[in-house]
Design a protein. Structure first.
Ligand code: GLA
Length: 385
């Protein structure tokens, strides 16, 4: 969607010109899956596909929202910020609700037109993008003193308290604070982060989109969060105290097994504790340039998410298996919440074209749907265009 067209659409829709444009990128997670809400380390990066919003202020108290992708427009007022079923408008309206809860009250209405290249339900975090985007845009337009870290925290609060997903902070953090050509190692317990240059030399990072519509993602996600909470309580009661599951070590798993006395909970915790260790190993391997090990850790992460955390499914398993069997592929894993969505793979630059051809063919032969495979740049986080 070219800027000039969208500006025209905006003028036709609202009868006034666009005053400002903001954009937020999508994200992938290199490693550290389903451990942000367990106080763990995660290693995400932004990717260069965007949700944008076109903005102008109004003199009344009306909020006019439109999604070009959904071809839906809604009008609300600042005096009614109630949730509307599962509608997309819950994200921008919820963002205004959270801003107000945090003392940032908007007193005049506005027009906002959204366009997005990030498909909803693709596992690339379209929801965190629209939340960070709305909060950042409103903070800039209404002169609120909100830095990007606070943008992410308010977005996280919206997702948890308004939208109803008990998610961790990873997506909101990376989309707000992402840095060009870097991945971010984020300690989700302390909310501390470091940037690492993401340079794979002769290798390329590919995003593999399964095109499997994600069913039940939110309820299954919340179920895993709950299982982890129950497990933590049991381990604290029957073994030793800790602030979160990621404070336990792999060497303690025997004791933890006894404390839990439940196979499902044991496998959930085994994933969490081992995944946190894998993130540390991944960081060391990346810094040393040991790409073979980087790839091996991606594979191990996927197997743990498949067998112990049980959040992969046929589509993600098939696409990553096909990837691993291709020449020049060092490793592949699901990325994000799972249950469909996207995977990532590291592939030698000379093999990328053949990799794409073979994986796409094998995938459609096996599952009778097409997948998409693309390379992405790593841009800065949310910003004004
Ligand atoms: C979703 C959530 C994140 C994180 C991932 C899994 O993307 O929004 O907080 O838990 O799943 O790692």
């Amino acid at each position: 969607m070219e800027n000039i067209d969208v500006k025209d659409v905006f003028r036709q829709l609202y009868g006034v010109p666009v005053e400002a444009i903001y954009k937020a990128p999508a994200r992938i997670n290199l490693i550290g899956e389903h451990i942000d809400y367990n106080g763990g380390l995660v290693f995400p990066s932004t990717i260069g596909i965007y949700t944008k919003c076109y903005f102008s202020k109004r003199n009344d108290r009306e909020i006019h929202l439109c999604s070009l992708n959904k071809k839906k427009a809604v009008t609300r007022t600042l005096d009614d910020l109630t949730k509307n079923g599962n509608s997309w408008e819950n994200y921008p309206i919820g963002a205004i609700w959270s801003l107000a809860r945090n003392g940032f009250k908007i007193e005049t209405g506005f027009n906002m037109l959204f366009t997005s290249e990030i498909p909803m339900g693709s596992g690339l975090s379209s929801s965190a993008a629209i939340l960070d985007l709305t909060i950042y845009a409103l903070a800039c337009e209404y002169n609120f003193d909100i830095d990007k870290k606070l943008v992410s925290l308010i977005a996280w609060e919206t997702e948890n308290k308004y939208c109803g997903l008990s998610c961790g902070i990873m997506d909101q953090a990376i989309i707000a604070l992402g840095k060009k050509n870097h991945a971010m190692l984020l300690d989700c317990y302390k909310y501390k982060y470091d940037y690492f240059p993401f340079d794979l030399g002769d290798y390329r990072l590919l995003v593999l989109k399964t095109n499997k519509p994600r069913a039940l993602t939110d309820s299954k996600y919340n179920e895993r969060v709950k299982e982890c909470d129950i497990a933590l309580d049991l381990i604290k009661e029957n073994y030793r105290n800790a602030n979160n599951l990621c404070e336990y070590k792999v060497s303690e798993m025997d004791k933890i097994k006894n404390a839990l006395n439940n196979d499902t909970l044991y496998r959930r915790v085994l994933h969490v504790v081992s995944e946190n260790q894998r993130v540390n190993n991944f960081k060391d391997a990346l810094v040393k340039g040991d790409l073979e090990l980087v790839g091996k850790l991606l594979n191990e992460s996927h197997f743990s998410l498949k067998n112990n955390y049980e959040v992969t499914g046929t589509h993600l398993d098939t696409i990553t298996e096909l990837s691993r069997s291709q020449k020049g592929c060092l490793g592949a894993r699901m990325t994000g919440a799972g249950f469909g969505g996207c995977a990532i793979a590291i592939v030698h630059k000379d093999n990328v074209e053949e990799f794409k051809k073979n994986v796409m063919k094998g995938y459609s032969n096996t599952l009778k749907i097409e997948c998409e495979i693309f390379e992405c740049e790593i841009p800065d986080g949310v910003c004004k265009e």
